[in-house]
Ligand binder design. Structure first.
Ligand SMILES: O=C1O[C@H](COP(=O)(O)O)[C@@H](O)[C@H](O)[C@H]1O
Length: 241
């Protein structure tokens, strides 16, 4: 595990963009495409905007395929739809063609949306190993990542797939990569900042005895790939060293 801690969100973001650019270019050099899984929520907005503006020329975007690690069960036009956030912050600015973006179809029932998304991923990787080049993840202050929320049924999944899950505390369904699917990635990067995340960061990174029901992000342990945490000082404040 690589742990990178920055004084400010701006410094964190600059380094994370450089990291993404390096992985993208290596993937394109090695297998002529970059399969990039995006995180949702609020944290990545500025990062996505920066990739699409200041860093626009650093990647051959015609070779990038975009996926979503989780999605909210709202219509694609809803402000909470993770796909819409990424579209507005990055994908439209880069003029990425629709056939390079794998949105979750939330016009379907959540179970069906998850099945169709799994099928779309399998079809994209057909004939090759299902390894995303980079999965970008956030983490909530309750230690959820993607839509792997504390105490939910999806935490027990052993399947390499996308699943739907009812999140009782939000009274809503989510559609999410399972932990086994995330753990197949070549690279995983966590983008986490702000003091409200400090307690979750401490438990996820330092607990010797894991409690994945309470801290689902502890499930993220790549089989073969790398995991890198990009934290700011506030999120890292409770770490021992
Ligand atoms: O609900 C969600 O929250 C997490 C964390 O979001 P953040 O804005 O606090 O970083 C996010 O990773 C996930 O994709 C999203 O659906």
């Amino acid at each position: 595990m690589n742990l990178l801690i920055y004084k400010t969100q701006e410094e964190l973001q600059e380094d994370l963009v450089d990291y993404i650019v390096a992985i993208a270019n290596k993937a394109i050099e090695e297998h002529d495409m970059f399969n990039f899984v995006l995180t949702g929520g609020n944290s990545p907005k500025a990062l996505y905007h920066s990739l699409a503006t200041t860093y626009k020329e650093k990647i051959d975007w015609t070779k990038v395929y975009f996926f979503f690690g989780d999605e909210r069960n709202v219509m694609p036009t809803h402000e909470s739809y993770n796909g819409l956030m990424a579209k507005n912050a990055m994908l439209d600015l880069l003029e990425i063609p629709e056939d390079q973006i794998f949105y979750v179809d939330t016009t379907l029932a959540p179970e069906k949306a998850a099945i169709e998304y799994t099928k779309a991923i399998n079809a994209h990787f057909k004939g090759s190993d299902l390894n995303f080049d980079l999965i970008l993840l956030g983490m909530g202050d309750d230690a959820h990542t993607a839509s792997l929320f504390p105490g939910t049924s999806i935490l027990n999944s052993k399947e390499v797939e996308v699943d739907s899950v009812f999140v009782e505390k939000l009274s809503t369904y989510r559609i999410s990569f399972t932990a086994p699917l995330i753990n197949k990635a070549r690279n995983i990067a966590f983008l986490v900042f702000g003091e409200n995340k400090a307690n979750a960061v401490k438990h996820v990174i330092e607990d010797k005895k894991k409690n994945t029901k309470l801290y689902p992000t502890q499930l993220i342990q790549p089989i073969d790939g790398s995991v890198t945490w990009f934290l700011d000082d506030a999120a890292a404040a409770l770490l021992d060293s």
